[in-house]
Ligand binder design. Structure first.
Ligand code: SF4
Length: 136
């Protein structure tokens, strides 16, 4: 698996676990343990999610030591759907805005994700024109 793809998978996994922790959040040390991450790698990923305003890091005193509790900034209706959203790991995230050169309006990645999520939510399967003609 290419390095970037592995990093994107880790970012999604960290974000998903923070979302699942709810409003109370999760200690970063617990999270690194669950994912077998070094504190250096874990902190780098947490910083990326924080910069994207997806999580916040609250400094807390735990067993006499300062550490961080990671909390979701926005809790979506469905954790499964948002954790797979392409924007979470997109390298163009900072350049992407409504009328920008990169935009959610023209992005094929977000379009594909929305269609898949819609189909999953409604359990609607795509029917080809041939199948409609055969049925009709
Ligand atoms: S809309 Fe597309 S280009 Fe923009 S941040 Fe999301 S995945 Fe990246």
């Amino acid at each position: 698996m290419p390095r970037d793809s592995k990093e994107e998978d880790l970012i999604s996994m960290v974000y998903k676990l923070v979302l699942e922790s709810g409003d109370g959040g999760i200690l970063q040390s617990e999270l690194w343990k669950k994912l077998s991450l070094t504190s250096r790698d874990g902190s780098r990923i947490a910083t990326r999610l924080e910069k994207r305003k997806l999580i916040k890091r609250d400094k807390v005193l735990e067993d006499g030591r300062w550490t961080y509790r990671l909390k979701p900034l926005v809790v979506p209706l469905s954790i499964e759907s948002i954790a797979d959203a392409p924007c979470i790991t997109c390298p163009l995230y900072y350049k992407c805005y409504e009328d920008g050169a990169v935009s959610p309006r023209t992005c094929t990645k977000i379009e594909g994700w929305v269609v898949t999520e819609y189909q999953r939510a409604t359990s609607v399967s795509t029917v080809s024109a041939g199948e409609i003609n055969e049925a009709g």
